[in-house]
Design a protein around this ligand. Structure first.
Ligand code: ASP
Ligand code: MG
Length: 432
């Protein structure tokens, strides 16, 4: 018998027939002898619709009230799913995030979980009932107000509950079969990855892959909770996200495929069309100017990603600094920089929203030379110009023209043998 936390995303509970289908699936899992705790997102596009509604009422609603409104979406799903399960003859009880013990800080719209005290969930399990928990929400420890965890936050609710309950697995049900080596919509030859590490998944999520919420993976890593990303529309095994591919012991009772020893060097290629590039030109080349630029951007609440500073032309005493940030933050970043232009003494600000960020991610990069060389050769052969580069231990990212995104992803995907019939695997730690 396993203890499973199963999260169903908005597309899995989009309408009444979907809710009935999920109810059957949950009851089957219980009848197979498992204990199951369910976490739900709001039905379909409910959260977006609620946000639109708020916009029509008030241009700048108080965070407390917006959170109160948005959390109602998940309350609808939890109640209707509980009804559907009860009709199948199994007791189900719905709980808001607050009732389920999700305690957060009080930052409305982006609250962080600080404690999980799921006594009512344990009580329901002990009674043989199925607890259904509203995702994406909690209650602030200090103000006792209702909070939300940020868009896509139900994944994090599920992992946090799985950690607190010491569950065997956190299943994330979605509308795709698992994690893919690239977004199948732009790289049709992408294939499903059977296993991936937390570190790879975090890099992919940060690089624009939209399957899992970044914070949920961070949380899973911290508490070593295996995540199983799978489709609610099929019975197929999905992708397991675990700490280390060399130790798959936690999957023994979870995966029909057992231990998979093939370890690709590369986990996948991600692309992100949500960023823009800002170049500050003619920056005086002396200590403190970069700090002043980035302080201004940070004070405006903008997250930067890649940063490049050009070498100053000999004798000019000036340099250019370029960084990327989310597209919707460009105007804000630009005005924050204009405010300090006189003080820092740079010449101008150029913005460019027509960019794509393409990232190659794989834990095998650490131990395999030549990955960068292959990556840049593939991009060059595709005739694509690289505008910026950044790396981490297990990721290489480049900025290209937005129009080149598809071409670049496909070229890189093929070059690393990731295409559906590819062969680029390394067998269990032999270092080949
Ligand atoms: N319903 C929320 C959203 O759309 C939370 C979630 O789906 O995880 O962002
Ligand atoms: Mg959603």
């Amino acid at each position: 018998m396993s203890l499973i936390v199963a999260k169903f995303g908005g597309s899995s509970v989009a309408d009444a027939p979907s809710v009935l289908r999920v109810a059957k699936r949950v009851v089957e899992a219980k009848n197979a002898g498992n204990q199951i705790v369910v976490v739900v997102s709001a039905m379909g596009d409910t959260t977006d619709e609620l946000l639109d509604l708020a916009q029509q009422i008030s241009p700048n609603p108080p965070g407390r009230e917006l959170d109160m409104l948005l959390t109602s979406g998940e309350r609808i799903s939890m109640a209707v799913l509980a009804m559907a399960i009860n009709d199948l003859g199994v007791e189900a009880r719905s709980y808001t995030g607050s009732q389920a013990g999700l305690i957060t800080d009080s930052k409305h719209g982006r609250a962080r979980i600080i404690d999980v005290t799921p006594s009512r969930i344990l009580e329901a399990l002990n009674d043989g009932a199925i607890p259904i928990v509203a995702g994406f929400q909690g209650v602030a420890q200090d103000t006792k107000d209702i909070t939300t965890l940020g868009r896509g936050g139900s994944d994090t609710t599920a992992v946090a509950l799985a950690a607190a309950l010491d569950a065997d697995v956190c299943e994330i049900y979605t509308d795709v079969d698992g994690i893919f080596s690239a977004d199948p919509r732009i790289a049709p030859s992408a294939r499903q990855v059977p296993r991936i590490t937390y570190d790879e998944m975090m890099e992919l999520a940060a690089a624009g892959a939209k399957v899992l919420h970044l914070r949920c993976v961070e949380y899973a890593k911290r508490f070593d909770v295996p995540i199983h990303v799978r489709s609610s529309f099929s019975d197929k095994e999905g992708t397991f996200v675990i700490a280390d591919l060399e130790d798959q012991s936690k999957l023994v009772n979870l995966s029909k495929q057992g231990v998979i020893m093939e370890q690709p060097i590369i986990a996948g290629v991600a692309h992100d069309l949500g960023d823009a590039k800002i170049t500050v030109t003619g920056v005086p080349d002396r200590p403190g100017t970069a700090a002043a630029i980035f302080q201004a951007v940070a004070d405006a609440g903008i997250n930067m990603d890649m940063i490049v500073q050009n070498v100053s032309v000999h004798g000019s005493g000036q340099t250019d600094v370029t960084f990327t940030c989310p597209r919707d933050g460009v105007a804000h970043a630009e005005s924050a920089l204009r405010d300090v232009q006189g003080e820092i003494g740079f010449e101008d600000i150029l913005t460019d929203s027509n960019i794509a960020k393409i990232s190659l991610v794989g834990a095998g990069m650490r131990s395999h030379p030549g990955v960068s060389a292959n990556f840049f050769k593939a991009i060059a052969d595709a005739g694509v110009n690289v505008e910026m580069i950044s790396t981490s231990e297990i990721r290489i990212s480049v900025v290209t023209r937005a129009d080149d995104a598809k071409k670049t992803v496909e070229a890189v995907h093929t070059a690393f043998g990731l295409d559906a019939d590819g062969q680029a695997v390394v067998y269990g730690g032999t270092g080949r």
